[in-house]
Design a binder for this molecule. Sequence first.
Ligand SMILES: *Cc1c(COP(=O)(O)O)cnc(C)c1O
Length: 388
Amino acid sequence: MQDKDFLMIPGPTPVPESVLLALAKHPIGHRSKEFSKIFSSVNEKLKAVAKTQNDVFIYTASGTGAMEAAISNTINAGDKVLSLVIGVFGQRFADIAKLYGADLEIIKAEMGKAIDPKDLKAKLAADTERKIKAVTLTHSETSTGTANNLKALIPLIKEHGALVMVDAVTSLGCMELDTDELGIDILVSGSQKGFMVPPGLSFIFVSDKAMAAKAVCKQPGYYFCWNQAKKALADNTTPWTPNVSLIIALNVALDMMMAEGIDQITARHKRLRDILRTGIKALNLKLLAEDETASAAITAIYPPENIAVPAIRAAFKNDWNIVVANGQKELLDKIFRMGHLGFVSERDILTGLTALEAVLIKLGHKCDAGAAIKAYQEILKESELCPA
Ligand SMILES: *Cc1c(COP(=O)(O)O)cnc(C)c1O
């Protein structure tokens, strides 16, 4: 059915109608007072979402652009960088650092597992000369649906003294994240994940310590240069023409987020994750990530034996107009992934679960029909939504 597609992929994510309507307006000049007013308000709200006083620079680029900016503004060739890798996106941060000439070390976890703080502690303790200049890590690893425990990992890095660079592309605006309390130096995110805006903008939050690293960084770089961004920020604009329309749309989305409340948003994502995981388990399916380390934005699911991932995705699309994601790289066709971030409510999750059950039964999976929704009813009984 036309216009009925529902994106349950981990970005781009569904966009609210008010945000779409904002996108339909004529662009305005990026050196106008009108734009500066919106831009300054957007910056303040982004900082509120990330719980930080640090500057935020907005790039007309996808999340990877901001990841590259994190490295290109701070890491000189030969600098030691430690990358914590729990999937495709953690590896991407490492690859970028390597490309810029970093002397790279990696701690890698098995797919579906988070980084063990003990491993990080040992690695940092071995660096007695404090050569490691920066540690890159992913908060919510989109390729596996696994989240690193920032509260356990970051204090270890702070104690060592290295710069903390966090990829929060699928966690900011979805999962609990207090940039300043944790002391994150560089935090990266993007418009098309938790922010309910189409792809095309990325955000980078930069601490004073990160700016100090920029001051002694010899890497060339023009478009993503923080000095240029910082200078323009003082005039409430960007150094180059930004995607004005997306920034205006982001302003509308951020107003929605402020109205709901950041802590309420993270609580909603947690609840949606738990409903989905409970339903999936009731259908006798296995999840890649354990409950303790499960991302609140994306869930990775093993298909039943003898049912192929492409068949599941095709049935979702053809029968239900729902788009779910395949696995990436080594997990291609080994798992499928359902996104539940941004403009997503309980109704959407129930639709997704119902579709999942119907798809699996159609493809020959043995499970109790209705089991997922029955599991949801059990959850409801315990919540204020359905008083006894
Ligand atoms: C989506 C995503 C990115 C950035 O990808 P882009 O396609 O460049 O926006 C980075 N990290 C994670 C964890 C992501 O989910």
